[in-house]
Design a protein around this ligand. Structure first.
Ligand code: RRO
Length: 292
């Protein structure tokens, strides 16, 4: 039996993707070259989120470990749309051995339209993920928290591109399934969730916030049970494919997300511990699906 699955009209070799911002494919491909191309850990690659304007990101420290998890407050540093299209996109086009999904975030629907419009003519961009859910920049949550806002934004972006649109939902919204239904109704082709859960920690010595921006987003095994619940409730509410993520570290975890209705899964925090985790999880998942 083959592990291939279909996502937004593309055949993927297996159901395991990366979570945006957790794997720097260009750095890895430049370092490991052909060896990595032949055994790339993911069946499709989601870029770090880009914005129209360049951003420096949040003050350090940006990462803090907690039991079974990681809090990040990265703050969306990126070189901006123009530099991404001129510098990164040609290299990703040349080097990536799997379909490319570009993650974008806008402060307004106009900005989102500018982002997707600039990507629309590039054949190497297989899909676009709209990040409605970054916990570390104010605007990331506004569109993702309110179903009506999310629906209006997706409707505008839908009219601006023919590329498949994945909407990344926030676990910090009062009702993620309601946002999912609104996004699907407005023309989203797929949904992904969860992003990180708003969290904070104090430094044990100073009793001051451990992160430069005071708070951040929690990921890793600590969030897995919450993610499984939210992915299941969203998958039951919509007919479009769902990409499930949140603390997936083994093939068994991945199988659980598929069992509650996800079409694909994504690996994030586990890749920081083991850069080849995506491949291992895909192999473990394959064995589980063949023997169950
Ligand atoms: O860059 C970040 O701080 C960040 C983003 Br864009 C996101 O979507 N999720 C997250 O936990 N961190």
């Amino acid at each position: 039996m083959s592990d291939t699955i279909e996502l937004c009209g593309r055949q993927l070799a297996n159901p395991v993707l990366n979570a945006s911002g957790t794997f720097d494919a260009l750095a890895a491909l430049r370092t490991f070259g052909e060896r990595l191309r032949d055994r790339f850990p993911f069946a499709a690659y989601v870029s770090k989120t880009i914005t129209v304007a360049r951003r420096e990101g949040n003050p350090p420290p940006r990462l803090w470990e907690v039991p079974a998890g990681l809090i990040n407050s990265i703050g969306l540093p990126n070189k901006g749309l123009e530099e991404f299209v001129v510098c990164d996109l040609p290299q990703l086009t040349e080097l990536l051995p799997v379909p490319l999904i570009v993650s974008v975030m806008g402060r307004t629907a106009d900005e989102l339209c500018e982002l997707v419009d600039a990507l629309d003519g590039h054949g190497s961009v297989a899909m676009i993920e709209l990040n409605f859910s970054c916990p570390n920049v104010e605007t990331g949550l506004v569109m993702g928290a309110d179903p009506a806002e999310a629906g209006r934004a997706v409707e505008r972006v839908r009219a601006a591109t023919g590329k498949p649109l994945i909407v990344k939902l926030s676990p910090n919204a009062p009702d993620p399934a309601a946002v999912a239904v609104a996004a699907a109704g407005a023309g989203a082709d797929a949904l992904s969730l969860i992003n990180t859960i708003k969290a904070s920690a104090l430094h044990p010595d100073t009793r001051e916030p451990a992160l430069g921006a005071r708070a951040g987003g929690l990921s890793g095994p600590a969030v897995r049970a919450i993610a499984l619940e939210q992915v299941g409730s969203v998958a039951r509410a919509v007919a479009i494919p769902v990409i499930g993520m949140g603390g997936i570290a083994t093939g068994r975890d991945a199988a659980d997300f598929l069992a509650v209705g996800a079409r694909c899964v994504a690996v994030g925090t586990e890749s920081f511990r083991d850069a080849a985790a995506g491949r291992r999880i895909a192999d473990e998942l394959s064995t589980i699906l063949k023997t169950s």
